[in-house]
Design a protein around this ligand. Structure first.
Ligand code: HEM
Length: 105
C-alpha cells in the first residue's frame, strides 16, 4: 500500500499477511483476506506458509477431533451490548451449559 497506485510494485504486494484475530471469528464470516472462505473448516484448509503445519495437523486428526475444533471456533463470538447471559443460543437467549444429560431431565 506504500507503492504508487497502479505500479508493478503495488500489484506485486509484499507476500505478507497479518495473522487475524480469532476472538470474534464466529461473528465475522466470510473469512480470510479475500473473503472466499465461508466456513471455519475451509479457512483452516486454506492455510499455507507458516500456517501449513497447523493445516496438516488438523487434517491428521480423527474426524471427531476436527469437529471439536470447528465447534470451539464457532464459540468465539463477541456478544451484542446488553446480552444478559454469557452462554447463549443463536438468538442470544440463555443456554444451559453443559447440557443436562437426558437421564437427569
Ligand atoms: C489450529 C490452528 C489454527 C486455526 C484453527 C486457525 C484458524 C484460522 C481461521 C478460522 C482464520 C480465518 C479468520 C478470519 O478470516 O476471520 C485464520 C486466518 C489466518 N491464520 Fe490461522 N489458524 C491456525 C493456525 C495458524 C498459524 C500457525 C498461522 C501462522 C503462523 C496462521 C495464520 C493465519 C493468517 C495469516 C490468517 C489470515 C489469512 C488471510 O486473511 O488470508 N494460522 N486462521
Amino acid at each position: 500500500m506504500q507503492q504508487a497506485a497502479g505500479s508493478a510494485a503495488f500489484f506485486g504486494g509484499n507476500c505478507r499477511f497479518l495473522t487475524k484475530r480469532l476472538w470474534d471469528a464466529a461473528n465475522s464470516p466470510p473469512y480470510m483476506h479475500h473473503g472466499m472462505c465461508t466456513t471455519m473448516r475451509g479457512s483452516i484448509l486454506a492455510h499455507g506458509g507458516e500456517g501449513l503445519a497447523s493445516r496438516n495437523a488438523f487434517m491428521a486428526l480423527p474426524a471427531a477431533d476436527q469437529d471439536a475444533i470447528i465447534e470451539f471456533l464457532k464459540t468465539l463470538q463477541v456478544l451484542p451490548p446488553g446480552t444478559a447471559h454469557r452462554v447463549v443460543d443463536e438468538n442470544f437467549k440463555e443456554k444451559v451449559w453443559p447440557p443436562i444429560p437426558d437421564n437427569q431431565l
